[in-house]
Design a protein around this ligand. Structure first.
Ligand code: PMP
Length: 359
C-alpha cells in the first residue's frame, strides 16, 4: 500500500483507516457470506441486517427520538434544496432562509420554484465571513432553513438560531453532522450528504419528524415524497447499499471513540490548535470572524495571492493535500472533519510555522 498523506479535502473527505480496512475486507465477502457488500441484494437477509444496524446507529449515536424517521436518499444535499420546498411549500407561502453562504443561497433559490423564499438574514455584504446576529423573520414562514456549517466560508453556528415558536427548523448539516451532540428535537428535519463526516458520496442522510413526513405534498413524483422512503424503509427502490454500509462503519467508529461528546472535544481541540496559531501569526490570518468560526473548515489567507499560491504548492509537495481554498474565498482551507487525525493538524501547524519563518 502507498503511504497515506494528510488529506484536507472538503469532501469527499478522509475516512478512518479502520473503516477503510473493514470495508476492504467486506468487498470480497461480507462476514462469512461469501458475497461482497456491493454484490448483496438489498432485499436479502445480509443487507437487511446492515441496514438495521446503520439505522440503529444513526439513532443511538445521534440521540434521534422515536418520532423521527431516518431515511437514506440519493441525489446529494443538493436534491434536498428542491425536495424540501416541493414537499412543504406551495404558491403563496413563504419559507425563511438564513443566508450564510453559497449552499444556503442555493437552498433558498431552490424554494423560489415552489413558493416565496424570504432571506431572514444574510452575511453576503462581507463575503459570508460571519453569522448575522439579527434575523428578521417573515410573519408566517412554513419553515426556517439554515446551514449549520458553511463549508466554503468557514463559519459554523454554535447552536440553533432563534426562531418563531412552532415553525419547523430545517438544517443542512452536510459539513458538520455528528461532529458534536445536538438536540434533534429542536428540528423538523436535518439532512446531510454523507461524504464529509459520515461516509462516501452517494447517500444522503435525512432525519425527519413524522408529522412533516405526513404533511408533505402528494401531488409530486413518488420518488420525491419523503413518505415513500419513510413507508418503505428507504427501499421503495434500490437504496445506496454500499454507502449505507460504510455509514454504519463510520458510526461504529464514532461510538468507539466515545460518541458525539468525544467528537466535539476532539474537534474543538483540533480547530483550536489551528486558530491559535493563525491568531498569533504575522503572515497568516483566519478569514472568519472569531465568534463565527467553523471547527470543520478552517479558512485562512496571507492577504497576498502569490504567497497563498506558493504556500499551497509547497504544502502539496510536503504531503498536505487539498488545502487550496474555494475559489470564492481564495487562500487556504483546512477541512478537518471528525476523521481527520489530530496528528495531521499538528503537522500542518509545524508546516505553517516553518513556512512563515522562511518569509
Ligand atoms: N450543503 C453543504 C453545506 C455542502 O458543503 C455541500 C457540498 N459541499 C452541499 C450542500 C452540496 O452537497 P451535495 O454535493 O451532496 O449535493
Amino acid at each position: 500500500m502507498t503511504d497515506r498523506i494528510w488529506n484536507f479535502s472538503a469532501g469527499p473527505a478522509v475516512l478512518p483507516v479502520e473503516v477503510l480496512e473493514e470495508a476492504r475486507d467486506s468487498l470480497l465477502s461480507l462476514g462469512t457470506t461469501g458475497i461482497g457488500i456491493m454484490e448483496h441484494s438489498h432485499r436479502g437477509k445480509a443487507f437487511l441486517k446492515v441496514y438495521a444496524e446503520t439505522e440503529a446507529l444513526v439513532r443511538q449515536v445521534g440521540g434521534v427520538p422515536d418520532n423521527y424517521k431516518v431515511l437514506f436518499l440519493q441525489g446529494g444535499a443538493s436534491l434536498q434544496f428542491s425536495m424540501i420546498p416541493m414537499n412543504f411549500l406551495s404558491a403563496g407561502e413563504t419559507a425563511d432562509f438564513l443566508v450564510t453562504g453559497s449552499w444556503a443561497e442555493k437552498a433558498m433559490q431552490g424554494a423560489a420554484a415552489y413558493g416565496t423564499p424570504h432571506a431572514a438574514c444574510s452575511s453576503k455584504d462581507r463575503n459570508y465571513c460571519y453569522l448575522p446576529k439579527t434575523i428578521s423573520y417573515s410573519p408566517q414562514p412554513k419553515y426556517v432553513h439554515y446551514t449549520s456549517n458553511n463549508t466554503i466560508f468557514g463559519t459554523q453556528w454554535r447552536s440553533e438560531p432563534e426562531r418563531p415558536a412552532g415553525v419547523p427548523l430545517i438544517c443542512d448539516a452536510s459539513s458538520d453532522i455528528y461532529s458534536r451532540p445536538i438536540d434533534v428535537s429542536q428540528y423538523g428535519m436535518i439532512y446531510a450528504g454523507a461524504q464529509k463526516n459520515l461516509g462516501p458520496s452517494g447517500v444522503t442522510l435525512v432525519i425527519i419528524r413524522e408529522d412533516l413526513v405526513a404533511a408533505g405534498a402528494k401531488d409530486i413524483p413518488v420518488m420525491l415524497q419523503y413518505r415513500t422512503y419513510a413507508e418503505n424503509e428507504s427501499m421503495y427502490n434500490t437504496p445506496p447499499t454500499f454507502g449505507i454500509f460504510i455509514m454504519g462503519l463510520v458510526l461504529k467508529w464514532i461510538q468507539k471513540q466515545g460518541g458525539l461528546p468525544a467528537m466535539a472535544e476532539r474537534n474543538e481541540r483540533k480547530a483550536g490548535k489551528l486558530y491559535q496559531y493563525l491568531d498569533q501569526s504575522a503572515l497568516f490570518r483566519a478569514t472568519a470572524d472569531a465568534d463565527s468560526r467553523s471547527l470543520m473548515n478552517v479558512t485562512f489567507v496571507t492577504g497576498k495571492d502569490d504567497v497563498d499560491a506558493r504556500f499551497c504548492a509547497e504544502a502539496t509537495k510536503a504531503g498536505f493535500d487539498g488545502l487550496k481554498g474555494h475559489r470564492s474565498v481564495g487562500g487556504m482551507r483546512a477541512s478537518i472533519y471528525n476523521a481527520f487525525p489530530e496528528a495531521g493538524v499538528d503537522a500542518l501547524v509545524e508546516f505553517l510555522k516553518a513556512f512563515e519563518a522562511k518569509q
